[in-house]
Design a protein around this ligand. Structure first.
Ligand code: ADP
Ligand code: MG
Length: 298
């Protein structure tokens, strides 16, 4: 094999905004037959907007948003950005949120910290339950209704008591449906992989043309790695596209790890290939390019 074709491919890739870690990556890109797509920030814009807040017991909606916003301002998750922004907006003044102390985050779960002397926790139902926070049937219904409507619903608890639910909405990226069609045309099986709830995942899958059977929802970061391993054990050559801290281990485990250029540094470091335009279309282009390039070398 002559390296000329590889260099040409790499050069063309760079022009398209596709960066690869080395020539071997093109070989891996050519052979993939399955592609796991992270939902938030990869198939969707990851720019969420808060569309409703529900408050329980003596809490007000603004209080729920303010306390959650304070803790979330220390997190870089897309959910966190949206909650912090909505909280600042709801405060009407200069937008300064109270300080957070002893901040901790659990990737794929949520965040916690002390705000004004109170322990504030925000995150996914299962994670709050694991942390011993009990919900009443009525509260669960509020959450179920939000999720059935296609929202990502986040619990907020204060000093161990549920205080409210914040519902958020994401938008599918403009090019995602066309990119999924192109990936299928290239013979790849696309699978949607997300830590989010099943209702949201199903809506996004339907919007971009991913089979309902190929939706893995409620998957924690370790579960993402496990999904890659399981497919590999079944004989698949697996690509994984993602952007988050929660995707990094799966990107490293995949035969071809693909990071969005807007993604977190850990995701980009773990990936073999980065698409600078954050568009799945570029992922399809990278695969097309690698096949053409290697065909030229042969
Ligand atoms: P995805 O695969 O969709 O990017 P993650 O694995 O990052 O999702 O997160 C899974 C779920 O954990 C989210 O849908 C959300 O419910 C919860 N979560 C993660 N990070 C946070 C956070 N900073 N604040 C609140 N909830 C969070
Ligand atoms: Mg993501």
């Amino acid at each position: 094999a002559t390296p000329v074709g590889l260099l040409t491919g790499t050069g063309r890739g760079a022009q398209l905004g596709i960066l690869i870690k080395g020539p071997q990556v093109l070989e891996d890109t050519r052979t993939v037959d399955t592609i796991l797509l992270d939902k938030t920030g990869t198939v969707t814009t990851g720019v969420l907007a808060v569309d409703a807040t529900a408050a329980f017991s003596s809490f007000t909606e603004d209080e729920v948003l303010r306390l959650a916003g304070a803790v979330e301002s220390a997190s870089e998750h897309p959910v966190a950005h949206a909650i912090a922004a909505a909280a600042k907006q709801a405060m009407h003044d200069d937008g300064a949120l109270p300080a957070v102390q002893a901040f901790r985050s659990a990737p794929g779960g949520g965040v916690l910290g002390t705000v004004e002397g109170r322990l504030v926790v925000a995150g996914r139902t299962g994670w709050l339950e694991d942390n011993g926070i009990p919900f009443t049937g009525g509260q669960q219904e509020v959450l179920a209704a939000a999720e059935a409507g296609g929202a990502t619903a986040i619990w907020v608890a204060v000093d161990g008591t549920p205080a409210g639910v914040i519902s958020l909405r994401d938008t599918v990226k403009e090019g995602s449906a066309a990119a999924v069609a192109r990936l299928k045309h290239l013979g790849l099986r696309p699978i949607l992989l997300t830590g989010d709830n099943a209702a949201v995942a199903a809506q996004v899958a339907a919007a971009v043309g991913i089979d309902a059977a190929d939706v893995y929802a409620g998957v924690l970061p370790e579960g993402k790695v496990e999904a890659v391993r399981r497919l590999q054990a079944g004989g698949a050559t697996v690509a994984m596209a993602g952007d988050g801290v929660n995707d990094a281990a799966a990107l490293a485990q995949a035969d071809l790890g693909i990071a969005m250029g807007s993604g977190t540094d850990v995701a980009i470091e773990a990936a073999d290939l980065t698409v600078m335009g954050n568009d799945l279309t570029q992922v399809a282009q990278a695969i097309e390019l690698s096949r053409k390039t290697l065909a030229t070398i042969k």
